[in-house]
Design a protein around this ligand. Structure first.
Ligand SMILES: [Cu+2]
Length: 156
């Protein structure tokens, strides 16, 4: 028993060290994100949409960059706050000659209803989804670039 104590204390110290450096890293990145309300030098990092809003993005492969409304102009993957049962027009109107689409996902990364578009390199009106907000919606995503072009949806 007496022999075990130093070992477990050392293990505990090691774990504490790892946890401490993780906390440091997390602290740094959250500072970057919160410095002036957004991390990207653009518009707001979240947007409480009005019913019937047209919410347009540029598909850049690296992210969804907000075009309109003006609150999200330049924002990278801004969080969209929607009201349950209200309708919004969400999509992309500019691209970078790479194939993109837009889909609305639930928490299991499944498309909600049929809120998805064809993959195209030049956006047209078909890349705007008419979305009636439901509580299972959690993200708007480009399927081929779902790790980068991935914005959060909150339905209230
Ligand atoms: Cu894409």
């Amino acid at each position: 028993m007496a022999r075990d104590n130093p070992v477990s204390r050392r293990t505990a110290l090691k774990l504490t060290g790892a946890a401490a450096s993780t906390a440091l890293i997390a602290g740094c990145s959250s500072d970057d994100g919160n410095g002036n309300g957004n991390g990207n030098g653009g518009g707001a990092s979240e947007y409480e949409a009005e019913p019937e809003d047209e919410i347009h993005f540029e598909a850049t492969t690296g992210d969804w960059t907000g075009i309109k409304p003006s609150e999200i102009e330049g924002s990278s993957n801004p969080t969209l706050i929607l009201e349950e049962g209200e309708t919004y027009y969400i999509g992309w109107t500019e691209g970078n000659n790479t194939e993109h689409n837009i889909e609305i996902w639930d928490e299991n990364d499944e498309v909600v209803e049929e809120y998805e578009t064809e993959e195209v390199s030049e956006p047209d009106d078909d890349q705007i989804l008419e979305v009636t907000a439901t509580s299972d919606m959690v993200a708007y995503v480009c399927d081929p670039h779902s790790s980068q072009m991935h914005g959060e949806i909150q339905v209230e």
